[in-house]
Design a protein around this ligand. Structure first.
Ligand SMILES: NC(=O)C1=CN([C@@H]2O[C@H](COP(=O)(O)OP(=O)(O)OC[C@H]3O[C@@H](n4cnc5c(N)ncnc54)[C@H](O)[C@@H]3O)[C@@H](O)[C@H]2O)C=CC1
Ligand SMILES: O=C([O-])CC(=O)C(=O)O
Length: 272
């Protein structure tokens, strides 16, 4: 049975932990960490098989786990990823935006090879990455338009320097248009999907991102358009947000659970 260390005990981390506890993911959750002691204690309280709460994030991978699962923040990814690989553990990352920093991406990619370990990036809140991966060398344009309710965009760094007041938006409004690289640093908890898309396709400077605040939607919708010599692909994913964190879509959590199931099982694997 694989042993899992969990970094981040929020909306996603809690659902992942419950999926392990119920046997849906055939693994043991042995260690957890959250910078909020309250969050980690609350999570452990919900579990039948209680993991140990470690004192800092680096202690997850110095313990005998097979994989560390990050469901915390881009800062957490920057802080622990290299040491997880150096401790010869696999890593699953949900705050994928951190990898758009090229020096971090290169260091981690080299470390995977040096320490013979793997970093898993689930498809998260989008679909279609299998197709985009296959046409990667023929892509001429790639873009994503993300539409969320204003409450799901609150707290983003973007608003520190923008005149836009989310509380005053009363119809569907484009609040950001730029590259994936700009988007993930301005909306770190909202647009990790753009990072995934650009890492799969044409890179973060050439992947276009539009973010729309729509007070009349209850969904987190991602509309992806990819065009090139191969033809055209469009994907629209209309996600319901998680009930505990409106920024995060239910699909992102299910995708994390499915990726971990695949990691833990020796079985027939479907899809690219
Ligand atoms: N790849 C994808 O498609 C998606 C990725 N995400 C990302 O996944 C991550 C988890 O999402 P949620 O659980 O919904 O967020 P959340 O905000 O509900 O939970 C995050 C937890 O991590 C903890 N945390 C944050 N920084 C930390 C650090 N440096 N060290 C230790 N703990 C830390 C927080 O205290 C919080 O309890 C977020 O970064 C989110 O942006 C979310 C949705 C889709
Ligand atoms: O869950 C979503 O719809 C997308 C999201 O928050 C992210 O990519 O960071």
């Amino acid at each position: 049975m694989k042993r899992i260390g969990l970094l981040g005990c929020g909306a996603m981390g809690t659902q992942i932990a419950l999926a392990i506890d119920s046997g849906q993911i055939p693994a043991t959750l042995t260690h957890v960490f959250d910078e909020s002691k309250e969050k980690s204690a609350l999570l452990v309280e919900k579990l039948t098989n209680k993991p140990e709460i470690v004192e800092n994030s680096h202690l997850l991978s110095s313990n005998p786990v097979d994989i560390v699962v990050e469901a915390a923040s881009q800062d957490a990814v920057m802080d622990v990823s290299l040491s997880v690989l150096q401790n010869k553990k696999d890593l699953m990352i949900m705050s994928v935006g951190a990898l758009l920093d090229e020096s971090i991406y290169d260091i981690l990619s080299d470390a995977c090879k040096d320490f013979k370990k793997t970093i898993y990036l689930p498809s998260g809140a989008i679909a279609g990455l299998d197709g985009i991966k296959s046409v990667k060398n023929e892509l001429e344009s790639l873009s994503i338009t993300t539409t969320k309710h204003p409450r799901s965009l609150k707290g983003a760094k973007f608003f520190e320097t923008s005149d836009i007041n989310l509380d005053e938006i009363n119809s569907s409004t484009v609040i950001f248009e730029g590259t994936a690289k700009e988007a993930v640093s301005l909306f770190p908890a909202n647009i990790n999907v753009a990072a995934l898309l650009s890492l799969t396709g044409v890179g973060s400077e050439k992947t276009g991102v539009k973010i729309v605040a729509d007070p009349n939607t209850e969904k987190n919708t991602h509309h992806i358009v990819a065009e090139g010599k191969f033809g055209k692909m469009t994907f629209t994913i209309e996600n319901y947000p998680d009930e505990n964190n409106p920024k995060t879509s239910r699909l992102a959590i299910l995708s994390a659970i499915e990726t971990l199931k695949k990691y833990c099982l020796n079985d027939i694997q479907i899809g690219t």
